[in-house]
Design a protein. Structure first.
Length: 104
């Protein structure tokens, strides 16, 4: 059960950090006024979560000992390979769908 929690947390933190940073960049660049401030906040939150992810991955050892539930050292490779496999499968299915729609 603890291993499933580590998989879940590692992928949640990685994808949340990347999505938050990308959304923040787009919001800060294309937004105006308050939207730019929201974009900057999204970037900051994404960077904080990404630093926590790197700490859990064992890449930032100067931050101290990682809690047991955040020890992602063995789970990251398997999780990222699983996510890449899911994305490739989804892209293949989307490509076949688009090809079938365009030919019909």
């Amino acid at each position: 059960m603890a291993e499933l929690l580590q998989y879940f947390l590692s992928m949640l933190m990685l994808v949340f950090a990347i999505a938050s940073i990308i959304a923040g960049i787009f919001t800060a660049y294309f937004g105006s006024g308050k939207s730019r401030a929201v974009g900057a906040i999204l970037i900051i939150i994404g960077l904080i979560v990404f630093v926590l992810f790197l700490w859990g991955a064992g890449l930032l050892t100067f931050m101290g000992t990682v809690p047991a539930f955040m020890n992602f050292v063995g789970t990251i490779t398997k999780g990222i390979v699983a996510v890449i496999g899911a994305v490739v499968g989804a892209l293949i299915a989307l490509g076949i769908f688009l090809l079938a729609i365009m030919k019909a």
